[in-house]
Ligand binder design. Structure first.
Ligand code: NAI
Length: 328
């Protein structure tokens, strides 16, 4: 199978290239993202492999189908960036549902500890021999309440980690898991009672802006928010208002609703055009990273194996256990 691999970064090649022969695939690594301007590069390929910021809308999918591309291989778990309805009956979509939930949960915990204890600011201060600790006071997590929204694989791993800090856990999920030993509650109660709110649900119509102005008003004064899931879960303007009013004590974001074109790029020589993003960056109690919760050796290895196993299964007519389809 010939696969056009869009949005290649050096770290993708390291993990995928050595496996290509084993799975009998030919990988053509393209640095460009998959857009209307670059989609033509996939002509003659059976599949495209894309990442989370390649937005495959109906028009792009139409072009892929016209060119005879048969499959979209997502090297991610999330699939909100692909118009599944436009794919129905025309092109298959396969994802990597689970590679290392622990990688993302550990990263969410790192963001929480950083914004709560200001280690990011302490680091830059001490590099400059400013060894004052004024303004860096945090709060204990011990005996505080953590609200986990979405109790799937990553949410569960996060619960395990936060229990290690002796936090009380409240959980909210559209589909509570009866096998999980955790106190489920409604969303409002979680918002009202949690000192820390960590988002671990996918971005869907129902979850879009689940953290909006109303939700923030319901939170405790001085709540912390961590989002390693998808930027669209948070209404960024409302978040900024919550920070300005000091309702929110700290925010750790690995995702941002307008991250396409920003994240994964070196923009250090550019003028940032997104005023909301630029404003968010100015808060001393906000830490933003570039969608890298997944980025561990173990996760990269698992993503590469599973993506190419999906390709192999497709080519050899095996069961497509990771195929996703539009639900309605
Ligand atoms: P999962 O599918 O195992 O769990 C998601 C949970 O969210 C399920 O229990 C589901 O019932 C629940 N849910 C769905 N809609 C909901 C709603 N409206 N309100 C509350 N709960 C809802 O997914 P997993 O593996 O735990 O991943 C969670 C999310 O993490 C992914 O959807 C993806 O967006 C994000 N992610 C981020 C990464 C990063 O590098 N930062 C890497 C991998 C995933």
């Amino acid at each position: 199978m010939k696969i056009a691999f869009y949005g290649t970064k050096p770290y993708d090649r390291i993990w995928f290239e050595p496996l290509a022969e084993h799975y009998g695939v030919t990988l053509t690594f393209l640095e460009a993202p998959c857009t209307m301007n670059t989609v033509e590069l996939a002509r003659g390929y059976e599949a495209v492999c894309i990442f989370i910021n390649d937005n495959l809308n109906a028009a792009l999918i139409g072009r892929l189908c016209e060119m005879g591309v048969q499959a979209i291989l997502l090297r991610s778990a999330g699939f909100n960036h692909v118009d599944l309805k436009a794919c129905r009956g025309r092109i298959r979509v396969l994802r990597v549902p689970s590679y290392s939930p622990e990688a993302v949960a550990e990263y969410a915990a790192a963001l929480l500890l950083t914004v709560n204890r200001y280690t990011h600011r302490a680091y830059t201060r001490s590099r400059d021999f400013n060894l004052s600790i004024n303004g860096l006071m945090g709060t204990d997590l011990h005996d505080k309440t953590a609200g986990i929204i979405g109790t799937g694989k990553i949410g569960q791993a996060m619960i395990d980690i936060l229990r290690g800090f002796h936090m009380k856990i409240l959980a909210y999920d559209l589909y509570p898991n009866p096998d999980l030993s955790v106190e489920y509650t409604d969303l409002d109660t979680l918002l009202e009672q949690s000192h820390v709110i960590s988002l671990h649900c996918p971005l869907t119509k129902e979850s879009h802006h689940i953290i909006n102005g109303d939700a923030i008003q319901k939170m405790r004064d001085g709540a912390y928010i961590v989002n390693t899931s998808r930027g669209g879960l948070i209404d960024t303007s409302a978040l900024i208002d919550g920070l300005l009013s000091r309702k929110i004590a700290g925010v750790g974001l690995d995702v941002y609703e307008e991250e396409d074109g920003l994240f994964y790029e070196d923009l250090s020589q550019e003028i940032i055009q997104d005023n909301t993003f630029a404003r968010l960056m100015t808060f001393p109690n906000v830490l933003i990273t570039s969608h890298m919760g997944f980025f561990t050796r173990e996760a990269m290895q698992a993503i590469a194996v599973e993506t190419l196993e999906n390709a192999y299964a497709l080519e050899h007519g095996l069961e497509l256990k990771n195929e996703i389809r539009a639900s309605d």
